[in-house]
Design a protein around this ligand. Structure first.
Ligand SMILES: Nc1ncnc2c1ncn2[C@@H]1O[C@H](COP(=O)(O)OP(=O)(O)OP(=O)(O)O)[C@@H](O)[C@H]1O
Length: 299
């Protein structure tokens, strides 16, 4: 079953439409990337799912049930703008968040200790948030999001403020949570993370959904049948219908199109020109697809 089913969601702020008839189906398990340029409507959608704001119309079902306050316990939300109490100590703060999510005192202590150790900040448990570095405070915020083992985790720019080593630690935590069955919705502008982590993506532009599907399908659909070829030429002239990329040290590097043929047929066309030393299909990256889609769908 799908964990989240969003149908015909609309939200305006005054005259400004932030979401227009958005449908979204998020399958259980896996990492779902929610992408879109600044101001597209992602945070608005996330806030509706977290019941911070209300939609003007449309429905949100969690596990097939109309979303209501009882579901707050099922969701963990890491907002882009972080909110920790600067004067509170790390452990004290995490225990407070855990109890807000209805964990018993013993469960809360157990989880807090486990996570502090796991993210290597146990030595900072008795320090105030204001004494932590940005990255450490981000770790505390991450723990506060996952402490109650939510089945749906919504992470808005979870890597911001982390150095590459700590970003890697958070990436691995996300993958571990996924392997334990947690569904993760990831909103980020870092396309390399999307490529690495996401199974499905949806893209919103100007308040409307403009793309969704599995990452594999989306990349397959974006293929143009272009191959990058490297060749040691045998003396024949370079044909005009291929696109030379670089001619260096006696080698040609060029683009050639399948034009409806099988790769072997294209290869047969190329072989008389010399020795093929590279033949790779150019599959657009999620970043290239994102940029192209924003251009296509922005009036
Ligand atoms: N409280 C508000 N009052 C008025 N307009 C708002 C409010 N919140 C968001 N908006 C507007 O709604 C649109 C969608 O905003 P939203 O924050 O959902 O975008 P986003 O996709 O999350 O962007 P970003 O990637 O920059 O975080 C924007 O044009 C924004 O200015």
């Amino acid at each position: 079953m799908n964990i989240l089913t969003i149908t015909a969601l609309n939200k305006s702020y005054g005259d400004h439409k932030a979401l227009t008839d958005v449908d979204l189906t998020i399958p259980r398990g896996g990492v779902y990337g929610l992408l879109g340029p600044n101001g597209a409507g992602k945070t608005t959608l996330i806030r509706i799912v977290n019941q911070i704001i209300e939609a003007d119309s449309g429905s949100v079902l969690l596990n097939g049930e109309q979303l209501s306050s009882k579901h707050i316990r099922n969701i963990g939300y890491l907002p882009e703008e972080r909110g920790l109490y600067k004067k509170m100590k790390v452990r004290e703060q995490l225990l407070y968040f855990a109890q807000l999510k209805n964990l018993s005192s013993s469960q809360a202590h157990e989880k807090v200790d486990k996570w502090l150790k796991k993210l290597d900040i146990a030595n900072w448990a008795e320090k105030k948030i204001e004494d932590l570095s940005k990255g450490m405070a981000q770790k505390v915020q991450f723990i506060s999001t996952v402490i109650h083992d939510p089945e749906l985790l919504i992470l808005d720019e979870p890597f911001s403020g982390f150095d590459p080593v700590n970003a890697e630690i958070i990436k691995n935590e996300i993958l571990e949570l996924k392997s334990q069955g947690t569904t993760v919705v990831l909103s980020t502008h870092r396309m390399e993370s999307v490529e690495l982590l996401c199974d499905h993506i949806a893209m919103i532009n100007k308040s409307q959904k403009v793309l969704d599907g599995s990452v594999g399908e989306i990349r397959d659909q974006a293929k143009t049948g272009t191959f990058m070829v490297e060749l040691l030429p045998d003396g024949l002239p370079f044909p005009a219908h291929w696109e030379m990329v670089r001619q260096q040290e006696g080698k040609w590097k060029f683009k050639a199109l399948l034009e409806g043929r099988e790769p072997n047929e294209l290869l047969n066309e190329i072989l008389p020109f010399g020795q093929v030393i590279g033949f790779t299909e150019m599959i657009p990256t999620i970043e290239e697809i994102f940029i192209q889609k924003v251009k296509e769908t922005t009036p």
